[in-house]
Design a protein around this ligand. Structure first.
Ligand code: HEC
Length: 114
Protein backbone atom coordinates (compact mmCIF):
# COMPACT_ATOMS: atom_id res chain seq x y z
CA UNK A 1 0.00 0.00 0.00
CA UNK A 2 2.79 2.37 0.92
CA UNK A 3 4.55 1.70 -2.36
CA UNK A 4 1.38 2.19 -4.34
CA UNK A 5 0.95 5.63 -2.78
CA UNK A 6 4.57 6.63 -3.22
CA UNK A 7 4.82 5.87 -6.95
CA UNK A 8 2.33 8.46 -8.17
CA UNK A 9 3.94 10.98 -5.80
CA UNK A 10 7.33 10.39 -7.40
CA UNK A 11 5.76 10.87 -10.78
CA UNK A 12 3.95 14.07 -9.83
CA UNK A 13 7.00 15.57 -8.18
CA UNK A 14 8.85 15.24 -11.49
CA UNK A 15 11.73 12.99 -10.46
CA UNK A 16 12.18 12.12 -14.13
CA UNK A 17 14.86 14.04 -15.99
CA UNK A 18 12.66 14.76 -19.01
CA UNK A 19 11.94 18.45 -19.55
CA UNK A 20 8.45 19.33 -18.34
CA UNK A 21 6.11 20.76 -20.93
CA UNK A 22 3.47 23.38 -20.31
CA UNK A 23 0.20 21.48 -20.85
CA UNK A 24 -1.44 24.43 -22.64
CA UNK A 25 1.26 25.49 -25.08
CA UNK A 26 3.61 22.50 -25.17
CA UNK A 27 6.56 24.82 -24.49
CA UNK A 28 9.40 23.46 -22.38
CA UNK A 29 8.99 25.02 -18.95
CA UNK A 30 12.54 26.31 -18.60
CA UNK A 31 13.73 29.80 -17.64
CA UNK A 32 12.06 32.37 -19.87
CA UNK A 33 9.23 30.20 -21.16
CA UNK A 34 6.57 32.58 -19.83
CA UNK A 35 8.02 35.43 -21.90
CA UNK A 36 7.61 33.30 -25.00
CA UNK A 37 4.15 32.21 -23.99
CA UNK A 38 2.95 35.81 -23.50
CA UNK A 39 4.74 37.32 -26.53
CA UNK A 40 4.79 34.67 -29.19
CA UNK A 41 1.52 32.80 -29.46
CA UNK A 42 -0.88 35.61 -30.25
CA UNK A 43 -0.72 35.04 -34.02
CA UNK A 44 0.17 31.36 -34.32
CA UNK A 45 0.27 28.31 -32.13
CA UNK A 46 3.29 27.47 -30.04
CA UNK A 47 3.83 24.39 -32.16
CA UNK A 48 5.29 26.68 -34.83
CA UNK A 49 7.99 27.34 -32.25
CA UNK A 50 8.34 23.88 -30.71
CA UNK A 51 8.77 22.30 -34.14
CA UNK A 52 11.50 24.77 -35.05
CA UNK A 53 15.12 24.82 -34.05
CA UNK A 54 18.05 27.08 -34.62
CA UNK A 55 20.99 28.98 -33.28
CA UNK A 56 20.48 32.28 -31.49
CA UNK A 57 21.19 34.11 -34.78
CA UNK A 58 18.57 32.05 -36.59
CA UNK A 59 15.98 32.77 -33.90
CA UNK A 60 16.88 36.46 -34.01
CA UNK A 61 16.46 36.51 -37.79
CA UNK A 62 13.01 34.91 -37.47
CA UNK A 63 11.95 37.59 -35.01
CA UNK A 64 13.26 40.34 -37.31
CA UNK A 65 11.44 38.71 -40.24
CA UNK A 66 8.17 38.70 -38.28
CA UNK A 67 8.74 42.32 -37.31
CA UNK A 68 9.44 43.40 -40.87
CA UNK A 69 6.72 41.41 -42.60
CA UNK A 70 4.17 40.00 -40.13
CA UNK A 71 3.38 42.88 -37.80
CA UNK A 72 5.31 41.70 -34.76
CA UNK A 73 6.02 44.76 -32.59
CA UNK A 74 9.52 45.81 -31.46
CA UNK A 75 10.21 43.94 -28.23
CA UNK A 76 11.56 45.41 -25.00
CA UNK A 77 15.27 44.67 -25.03
CA UNK A 78 15.09 42.65 -21.78
CA UNK A 79 12.18 40.62 -23.13
CA UNK A 80 13.96 39.90 -26.39
CA UNK A 81 17.09 38.76 -24.55
CA UNK A 82 14.99 36.45 -22.36
CA UNK A 83 13.21 35.01 -25.38
CA UNK A 84 16.40 34.50 -27.39
CA UNK A 85 18.17 32.89 -24.41
CA UNK A 86 15.23 30.54 -23.98
CA UNK A 87 14.92 29.61 -27.65
CA UNK A 88 18.65 29.17 -28.27
CA UNK A 89 18.92 26.99 -25.19
CA UNK A 90 15.77 24.88 -25.51
CA UNK A 91 15.19 24.80 -29.27
CA UNK A 92 18.79 24.80 -30.42
CA UNK A 93 19.97 23.78 -33.85
CA UNK A 94 19.75 20.02 -34.14
CA UNK A 95 22.81 18.19 -35.40
CA UNK A 96 20.62 16.52 -38.00
CA UNK A 97 16.97 16.94 -38.83
CA UNK A 98 16.48 13.37 -40.03
CA UNK A 99 16.65 10.21 -37.96
CA UNK A 100 19.50 7.83 -38.70
CA UNK A 101 18.69 5.16 -41.23
CA UNK A 102 17.55 1.78 -39.94
CA UNK A 103 20.26 -0.87 -40.28
CA UNK A 104 19.85 -2.94 -43.45
CA UNK A 105 19.73 -6.21 -41.53
CA UNK A 106 16.75 -4.97 -39.50
CA UNK A 107 14.67 -4.21 -42.59
CA UNK A 108 12.23 -6.74 -44.13
CA UNK A 109 13.14 -8.17 -47.55
CA UNK A 110 12.56 -5.65 -50.31
CA UNK A 111 9.67 -7.01 -52.44
CA UNK A 112 10.78 -4.99 -55.48
CA UNK A 113 14.21 -6.50 -55.90
CA UNK A 114 14.30 -9.00 -58.75
C1 HEC B 1 2.11 39.69 -34.88
C2 HEC B 1 1.93 38.26 -35.09
C3 HEC B 1 3.06 37.36 -34.64
C4 HEC B 1 3.64 37.28 -33.41
C5 HEC B 1 3.27 38.04 -32.14
C6 HEC B 1 4.67 36.26 -33.51
N1 HEC B 1 4.69 35.72 -34.77
FE1 HEC B 1 5.83 34.16 -35.38
N2 HEC B 1 4.96 34.23 -37.22
C7 HEC B 1 3.93 35.09 -37.57
C8 HEC B 1 3.45 34.73 -38.89
C9 HEC B 1 2.31 35.42 -39.63
C10 HEC B 1 4.22 33.63 -39.30
C11 HEC B 1 4.09 32.82 -40.58
C12 HEC B 1 3.10 31.73 -40.21
C13 HEC B 1 2.89 30.72 -41.23
O1 HEC B 1 3.68 30.62 -42.17
O2 HEC B 1 1.91 29.99 -41.05
C14 HEC B 1 5.15 33.33 -38.23
C15 HEC B 1 6.07 32.30 -38.25
C16 HEC B 1 6.88 31.94 -37.21
C17 HEC B 1 7.85 30.88 -37.26
C18 HEC B 1 8.14 29.96 -38.43
C19 HEC B 1 9.15 30.69 -39.27
C20 HEC B 1 9.76 29.82 -40.31
O3 HEC B 1 10.84 30.21 -40.81
O4 HEC B 1 9.21 28.76 -40.64
C21 HEC B 1 8.46 30.82 -36.05
C22 HEC B 1 9.56 29.88 -35.60
C23 HEC B 1 7.89 31.90 -35.24
N3 HEC B 1 6.93 32.55 -35.99
C24 HEC B 1 8.28 32.20 -33.96
C25 HEC B 1 7.77 33.26 -33.22
C26 HEC B 1 8.31 33.69 -31.95
C27 HEC B 1 9.49 33.05 -31.24
C28 HEC B 1 7.56 34.74 -31.55
C29 HEC B 1 7.75 35.59 -30.31
C30 HEC B 1 8.96 36.38 -30.26
C31 HEC B 1 6.53 34.98 -32.56
N4 HEC B 1 6.71 34.06 -33.57
C32 HEC B 1 5.54 35.95 -32.49
C33 HEC B 1 3.40 36.10 -36.81
C34 HEC B 1 3.71 36.37 -35.50
Amino acid sequence: MRVLLALPLLWVSGISTAQELDPTTGLKMATGWQAVSTTCIRCHSASVITQSSGSREVWKSRIVWMQETQGLEQLENATEVQILDYLAENYAQKAASRRTLIAQKLLPPNPYTQ
